[in-house]
Design a protein around this ligand. Sequence first.
Ligand SMILES: Nc1ncnc2c1ncn2[C@@H]1O[C@H](COP(=O)(O)OP(=O)(O)O)[C@@H](O)[C@H]1O
Ligand SMILES: [Mg+2]
Length: 369
Amino acid sequence: MHLVALGAEHFRNLATFRLEPHRRFNILEGRNGQGKTNLLEAVFLLSAFRSFRDAKNRELVGWGEETTTVYGEVVRRDIRRTVQVTLSAKGKRVALDGKNITRLPDELAHLNVVLFGPDDLVLTKEGPKERRRFIDRATYAVWPDYVTALRRYAAALKNRNELLRQATLGGLDGSVIQAFEHELVGHGARVIQRRLQFLATFQPHFDRVFDHITAGALKGGIAYRGFKGLEKGADLAGIEAGYAQALDEARATDMRRGFTSVGPHTDDLLFHINRRSARIYASQGQHRAFVLALKIAELHRIHEAIGVYPVFLLDDVSSELDAERNAQLMSYLDKAGGQVFITTTDRRFIHVDSDARVYRVADGVIRAE
Ligand SMILES: Nc1ncnc2c1ncn2[C@@H]1O[C@H](COP(=O)(O)OP(=O)(O)O)[C@@H](O)[C@H]1O
Ligand SMILES: [Mg+2]
């Protein structure tokens, strides 16, 4: 899967552009603050219809402008699709093949991207939010209908939380809240089940890559941490029963605090190296090796699911990774054969000789060399 055309108007600081990206490597070189990450953000927007930075849509519109439009032409095997996203104060408009759509399609994803940026280097270190985002994005790429489960879960969660907020003001009986939990349990269990399925199928890829990156010296592991008892494993009915019980036990506390304290929205991934917590014990180099393996394994898992490599966006990690990890990353990407967009302040960091196009990014202007 690759972009044969990419363009935007009034997107952040970028001057209007239209590129015909290389089928393989696209190197975006420029000093800091010139618009390199903005360009990756535009590609990401075409895939997820939102930013990967915690940015509101209107912040993506160039200063002093009303509207921004980003478009791309995606080729997957021999099928060509166009996607266009328009953002303004009025909201977001998405068109696939010229037809406006009102919600993310839950059949085949039109454009899969895997992003690897400086923020990912904290995946093994910081809060669970990034890890949930990681597994949700990857799971969605493998099973696009996962987005439906997530959406329904979020709606049911909102309902329960609304009741819990009322409960903090007093006068609401626990049985009223319990009556709303049935739906939450059903959708939540489906989310958990999908995530567990994803991990089970992801782990072999991760193991292989991590083993290779660390030359067999370390064994990595990933575990799902959900409600108490889930670690023993269960089928959908078992997950539902366990989650219902966890909600039951949490209800009194939740009614005092005004929000739901248990469920997929609070679950986490535990990363291990040689059976010990990576977050607590890993060295800097081990953290990087782990994250690198997560990203490469994600690429392979998606390839396994959809039969083509997703577009890989690599934001300036060459300056964060050491020389050895960098070389490993590049050799993986070289072998994988998908389309790659790489930003860098110095192209000499990027060891690809052929099959590459270099773009210079300066003050928002993108120029092919
Ligand atoms: N909505 C916007 N309109 C115009 N310029 C913006 C907007 N948002 C960010 N910028 C500018 O974009 C630049 C940052 O671009 P970025 O792609 O992050 O740089 P880098 O090349 O270092 O990756 C900054 O100069 C910032 O002021
Ligand atoms: Mg940047």
